[in-house]
Design a protein around this ligand. Structure first.
Ligand code: ZN
Length: 350
């Protein structure tokens, strides 16, 4: 009986605390106002399965030799991205034709040669110093001893070409007079496959101060379907969205509800989840510095880190849908009135 009373008291306390927190969360959700909804819907449509496919068949072709960090194929990949941004008239934050952040050989070990992150950006009109980052890694595993090439179409060709199309959509909007309020950095990272070294280097030597970096939307594998979703392909895993900023989490949900209707699967976001994906791709180096992140991911499949990860196996309509969601989320972050808050500085949650 005594035990029962104690439990009841705790249960009651728990209920009170939960109710209050629930109210705060509801207030937070209610405070989110989606901006420019017609523009977002229109420019999202310029991201197409056809263009994603064209880019990806090129980026994951044998010509790129598996894009091993510091090697010839990776250099070809970096040059390909630079040429793309130049041809689209999307600038580099470094100015002129300097799109590379060179990472010296001394930063690596085990004989890895110097490599480069590739950076392009669109400057914000009202708050250019505040920057939204969209990232994906450009490197992959290179060539096997038996000569088979790891083309890495999903990993992370899918994220790479998604950014190319997202950048083009923002640039089209800009040309039509709809510049973003904040700046947007399109960040193609090298050396992810050898331990997230490209993002580690970038966050140690950021092109814009990390204090002014609003969020990182990181894309690593969004072109395929894992075994769990073979019958319900309209999904994507989101990891990390609520860790540092509940506002980011609910913005992401609201944007998805409005424009995309994708099933957002959070199973890998559970704290202590055994795969530890939260710490396994480049967003983690931003999160470590207190920057809110979302990691977009389709889960692993039989071709993961195998030479059989080829562009013919990509689901291009699905890739288009996921890329449009990320575009719309980035648009909101770049254009909403106030800068995205972290939980620590969100008055609604206090
Ligand atoms: Zn990857």
């Amino acid at each position: 009986m005594k035990t029962f009373c104690i439990l009841s008291a705790f249960a009651l306390l728990g209920t009170c605390a939960t109710t209050k927190y629930t109210t705060k969360i509801q207030n937070l959700k209610d405070s989110i106002q989606l901006v420019d909804t017609t523009l977002v819907a229109n420019y999202a449509k310029t991201i197409t399965a056809k263009e994603l496919s064209t880019h990806l068949y090129k980026f994951s072709s044998d010509e790129f030799q598996g894009r091993e960090v510091g090697e010839k194929g990776q250099k070809i990949a970096a040059q390909f991205l630079k040429s793309y941004y130049q041809s689209e008239s999307i600038a580099s934050p470094y100015g002129g034709s300097n799109y590379y952040q060179v990472i010296p050989e001394s930063f690596f070990s085990n004989g890895i040669k110097a490599s480069e992150n590739v950076l392009a950006f669109i400057k914000g009109e009202e708050k250019p110093e505040e920057v939204v980052v969209i990232s994906a890694h450009l490197d992959h595993l290179g060539i096997e001893d038996n000569g088979q090439i790891n083309n890495g179409a999903d990993d992370d060709g899918s994220g790479t070409v998604a950014i190319m199309e997202i950048a083009q959509a923002f640039n089209k909007a800009k040309k039509d007079g709809h510049e973003p309020k904040r700046s947007i950095l399109f960040l193609h990272l090298t050396a992810e496959e050898i331990g997230k070294k490209g993002s580690e280097y970038y966050t140690n030597h950021p092109a814009f101060p990390l204090d002014d970096t609003v969020a990182d939307l990181n894309i690593d594998m969004i072109g395929r379907v894992d075994d769990r979703h073979l019958d319900k392909k309209n999904y994507v895993y989101l990891i990390g969205s609520d860790r540092l900023s509940k506002e980011l989490h609910y913005i992401s949900e609201k944007v998805n509800e409005k424009y995309s209707g994708i099933y957002l699967d959070y199973r890998y976001n559970v704290q202590g989840e055994r795969n530890h994906y939260y710490s396994r791709s480049d967003h983690y180096n931003f999160a470590k510095h207190g920057i809110p992140v979302i990691f977009y991911f389709n889960g692993e499949h039989n071709d993961y880190h195998e030479p059989s990860d080829t562009p013919d196996k990509i689901e291009y309509e699905l890739l288009e849908k996921r890329a449009r969601l990320i575009f719309a989320t980035a648009w909101q972050l770049a254009n909403q009135e106030h800068r995205l808050t972290t939980d620590a500085n969100n008055d609604i949650l206090k």
